[in-house]
Ligand binder design. Structure first.
Ligand SMILES: [Zn+2]
Length: 393
C-alpha cells in the first residue's frame, strides 16, 4: 500500500531551501552549501572549461536509477533551486519521500554549466550551447554528463530548463508557467515505447499540477533535435522528461514558478514509484496545449508614432536579464522588441496609450526603433525601463 498523494497538501506544506531565495545562484555559494549540508552524498564529477567544480549529489537506496541535471544553460536556475527544495523534501522523511527513496537512487548533477551560470549566459564560456553538443561533445561539460550517463544503467532522466517569458498556451491568453516534453527520437517523431513512458509520467504531472495552476501548463515542441541530450537519451532507451520553468503573472523572479517546478518533480517521482507501467495514460500528453511564442512582457496599444500620423500602432517591450558584477540578484533591462499590428500577440502587461504620441528621449531620431532601451514619453506619460511612472497613472 502506498501513501495517498495529495497535491494540495504538498503545496500547503511546501518549504523552499531558505538559503537560496534569489533567482540568481552564485556558483561558489552553491558549492559551499552543498559541500556543507550534503557532504556524505556529494561527489565532484568533473570541472567546467574555467575549472569550476561540477557536483553530483546521490540520494536514495532503490534499485532503479534516475539521472537529473540542472542548469546546462547557465541563465536557467529554476531547476537548480527546485532540486535544492527537492533535497529538503526528500530529507524530511515524510511517507511520499520515503517511498521514492526506497524505489530509486537519484543522481542529481547540480549546475552543469557553472561558468555560464556565473555570468548569466545560456551558453558555456567558450560559447557552446551544451544542449546542442551531445554528438560532438566539444565542451568539457557535455563530456562530464556523458561520462556519468555511461556509469550505470539509468531508468529515467530529467533534463531541467527555464523558458523565456514569451511562451504561452497556444490559442489562449495564458502564460506557460510550466512546459514539458517527451523528446522525439527521430525526424518523424514516432511514438516509441520509451517515449510513451515519459509521456505517461508527464500526463500524471499534468493531471496533478493543473489542479494547482489550471491553464498554465503546456507541451513543448517535439520537433526532433538530433544534437540535443533528451532526444539522444530517449534514443538510448532512457525515458527522458524535459522540464521547463516559465512565466507566472507578476513573478519575474520565478518564486511561484520554482514552487510549481519542485512540486512537478515530486509528482513525477511519486508516479514513477507507484506506477507499474509508466506508459499508462500517455494519451493525455497529446491533449496538453502546445507551447507557443505568443507573449511580450509589455505591450503599449494605440500609440501614435508622430504628431503628423493619426494611425496607431502597438509597441512591444521585452526584458533582457543580466547580472551586474557584485550583485546578488539579476536585473531587467526593457527594450523595444516590435512595432506595428501586434493584435495577435499578448502582453503580460497591456496598457492602452489612447492615441498618445511616442517621443524618444535624447534622440535625434524622429521614430521609435526596435532594439533601443524602453525609455520614452507618451505625451505626458513618462515610461522608464518599460514601465509607466505611477504618478502619471
Ligand atoms: Zn535551456
Amino acid at each position: 500500500m502506498y501513501a495517498e498523494f495529495k497535491i494540495f497538501d504538498l503545496e500547503e506544506n511546501f518549504e523552499l531551501e531558505e538559503n537560496f531565495k534569489n533567482r540568481y545562484v552564485n556558483p561558489p555559494m552553491l558549492f559551499n552549501f552543498l559541500l556543507k549540508n550534503y557532504n556524505s552524498l556529494i561527489k565532484e564529477v568533473g570541472k567546467s572549461e574555467m575549472g569550476k567544480p561540477i557536483y553530483k549529489v546521490t540520494i536514495g537506496k532503490g534499485n532503479k536509477n534516475i539521472l537529473i541535471w540542472t542548469q546546462m544553460h547557465g541563465n536557467e536556475t529554476t531547476g537548480t533551486l527546485s532540486c535544492l527544495d527537492l533535497l529538503k523534501f526528500l530529507e524530511n522523511k515524510n511517507s511520499i519521500a520515503g517511498q521514492i527513496l526506497n524505489e530509486f537512487t537519484l543522481d542529481i548533477i547540480f549546475m552543469l554549466n557553472p561558468d555560464g551560470a556565473e555570468i548569466w549566459t545560456r551558453r558555456n564560456i567558450i560559447s557552446i550551447d551544451i544542449n546542442r553538443d551531445f554528438l560532438a561533445a566539444s565542451s568539457v561539460e557535455m563530456q562530464v554528463l556523458k561520462k556519468i550517463a555511461n556509469e550505470k544503467k539509468y531508468d529515467l532522466a530529467f533534463n531541467l530548463h527555464d523558458q523565456r517569458t514569451i511562451f504561452g498556451l497556444e490559442g489562449k491568453k495564458e502564460p506557460a508557467t510550466l512546459a514539458f516534453l517527451s523528446p522525439s527520437e527521430s525526424i518523424d517523431r514516432k511514438i516509441t515505447h520509451t517515449r510513451k513512458k515519459s509521456m505517461g509520467l508527464i500526463a500524471d504531472i499534468y493531471k496533478e499540477m493543473t489542479k494547482l495552476i489550471p491553464n498554465k501548463i503546456s507541451r513543448f515542441s517535439d520537433e526532433f533535435y538530433p544534437r540535443s541530450v533528451g532526444d539522444n537519451f530517449q534514443k538510448l532507451d532512457i525515458p527522458t522528461i524535459l522540464f521547463e520553468g516559465g512565466h507566472y503573472p507578476n513573478d519575474y523572479y520565478r518564486k511561484k514558478t520554482r514552487k510549481y517546478f519542485t512540486l512537478s518533480l515530486i509528482t513525477a517521482l511519486h508516479y514513477a514509484t507507484i506506477k507499474k507501467e509508466w506508459e499508462a495514460g500517455y494519451e493525455l500528453y497529446e491533449k496538453i496545449p502546445n507551447n507557443s511564442p505568443s507573449f511580450y512582457d509589455i505591450i503599449y496599444r494605440n500609440v501614435r508614432l508622430c504628431k503628423e500620423k493619426k494611425e496607431t500602432v502597438d509597441i512591444a517591450i521585452q526584458y533582457t536579464e543580466k547580472i551586474i558584477m557584485g550583485d546578488e540578484e539579476i536585473s531587467f533591462v526593457a527594450k523595444i522588441e516590435d512595432i506595428g499590428d501586434l493584435s495577435l500577440m499578448n502582453g503580460h502587461e497591456e496598457i492602452d496609450a489612447q492615441g498618445r504620441c511616442i517621443l524618444i528621449k535624447d534622440s535625434k531620431d524622429k521614430f521609435a526603433k526596435i532594439g533601443i532601451q524602453a525609455d520614452f514619453n507618451l505625451d505626458e506619460w513618462i515610461i522608464l525601463n518599460g514601465k509607466k511612472l505611477e504618478e502619471f497613472a
